[in-house]
Structures are given as C-alpha cells and as structure tokens.
Design a protein. Sequence first.
Length: 333
Amino acid sequence: MSNESSATTTLDTDRRVFDYMQGYLMCSLFAALESAGVLDDLAATGLRPSEVGSNKFLTTATFEYLAQRGVVSTDDGDRYRLTEFGRAVHADRGYLVWLTGGYGEALTAFADLLTDKQTFGKDIDRNVRWVAVGSAIIGKQDLWPHVADVVREFEFHHIADLGCGNGHYLISLCHEVGVAGMGVDISPDACAEAEREVSKAGLSDRIRIIEADAGNLKAVPGIDDIDLVITFFFLHEVLEHGYDVLVAYLRQIQESLPKGAHMLTAEVGPPEFDKDSPELFTPEYALTQALMEQKLLDEDGWRRAFTDAGFEVRQVIRPELPEARIILAKKPD
C-alpha cells in the first residue's frame, strides 16, 4: 500500500475578487467597442470578429470571452449577437463608457496621483469626449424622459446649455419643443463633437456651439436673449471654488435672464454613509470628481443655493439615474 494520500480541494465560488475582475474587463470591453464605433451594430445585427478590427486573433478572443461570460452567443456561423443579459448591459453602457472611456487613464495612474508624482489636469486628465458621450447615453435613458416632461409645463424660446458637452441634451430639447439654442463649453474637443452632432441632427440653423468658459457668462454672447438655461452635471464644477462662488454664479445667471425665465439643472448627490440601502452610483461618482477636487451637494444644499441666488425652486425630481436630482428653478416674475 502507498503511504501517499490525496487531498480534495473545494473551490470557493463566493470570492468577490473575481466579480471585480469580470466587472473591470466587461467595463473596458464595452467602452472599447463603443469607442471603435461597433457596439450599436453588435446590438442591432450582431457582428463577426472580422468586422471589428484587423487583429483577428484578439477580436476572436474578445468575442469568445464575451460568449463565456454570457454576453453574446453565436448560432449563425461566426456571427455573435447579444444575449438577453448582454442587451441589459448594453442598455446601461453609458455608465461604462463614462467611467472607462472618460476616467480610465487617470484610474490606471491612480498611484502616481495619490503620491503627487503626476498632477491631474496637468500630467494626466480625463477624456472629455468620452465623458460627454457616456453622459449623453446615460441621460437619454435615465434622465431625458423626466426632462421632457418638465419642459412641457412652461413656455420658452431660446435655450442656453452651459457645459454642453457633446450637445445631446440641447439637441433633444430643440427637437422636443422646436426652439433655438446655443451650447457653451470650454473644451475644444467637446465643442467639436457637439458641432458634429448638431450637423448630424440637421439643426445647424437653430443651434450654435460656442467655445467659451461657461463659468464666465460675460464671455458668452447672446446670453441676454435666453429664457431657459440648462446645466446638466456642470454646477458642481463651479462649486469646486466654494459655495459662495456657486451662489454668485447662479445669481449672475438669474440677473442675466428676463423675469419668469427658468433654469433646469441635474446633479448627483454625495454618498450618504448612514443609509440603510446600498448606493448604486454616488461613491464611484464622488471619487471621480475628487480627482478634480470637486465636492457634491445634496438636495437641501441645491435648494439653498438656488434660493440664496434669488431663484424660486419650483420642482425637484428623482430620475432613474441613481441618487441624481433634476431641479427646476424660476426667476420671479
């Protein structure tokens, strides 16, 4: 008889670290396919690896991986299509594009940012184009239906979108109510993307894009003609410079608008550490904004800021975008 004994190893399938590995790869791959311009084709008609890129070995391995994780399946030669699970992830792809496309480089270099070997905004920065694209996809699904309902409740003729990104919110509003508008953004890349989107939408005669600092309204021509200002996920960048600066900026907007004009904003609140229910988005969002030394206000804080600036807060809505608020304010008649 042999003195050797065999040991049986029980595989622990509840090790969360592997969930994080899958999530990281899934996030990266969805953002990469969006960046390559093929993700919508995958959702609509399916794709063969050869239709994605020239690196046949890697594209094949990518789709095999997605099939192993239940995102795609193939029953027609080598054409892959999204599964039901894959379609659910695709519907929420904006969050993945926003995070990995917009902040991926900074997150990869996080150690250097923590130790000041590199400085955010100088040595490394977010990709404003993919922040804008991801935000637009998120907004279309989880924000826009509520915005569309709100703007039907009052009359306006000229919109200014401050911090417009790629212009999708502005374009949607101009389509919805048949008005003219202008988008303002400090980023040349975002403005170029917005101009392309405006042209694609056939609205170049009604929408103009201005490359300027939306934090300085004096640099924005035509602001006096505006009767609706929208600022989606922009005002916390003003808050970066202090609450008093935020209130002064809101007051500057209020004083620039005609009586009875409206302002519509959307912001994500800070994490609430004492909440009983888990928070889906705010901890991650707050950390990405911390890269820029930006803090977030809760609902009460935004109400106070608008009121201190002379606005009347007319409505606060909780959209599907987790922990976000849509705030409608009005300049008194």
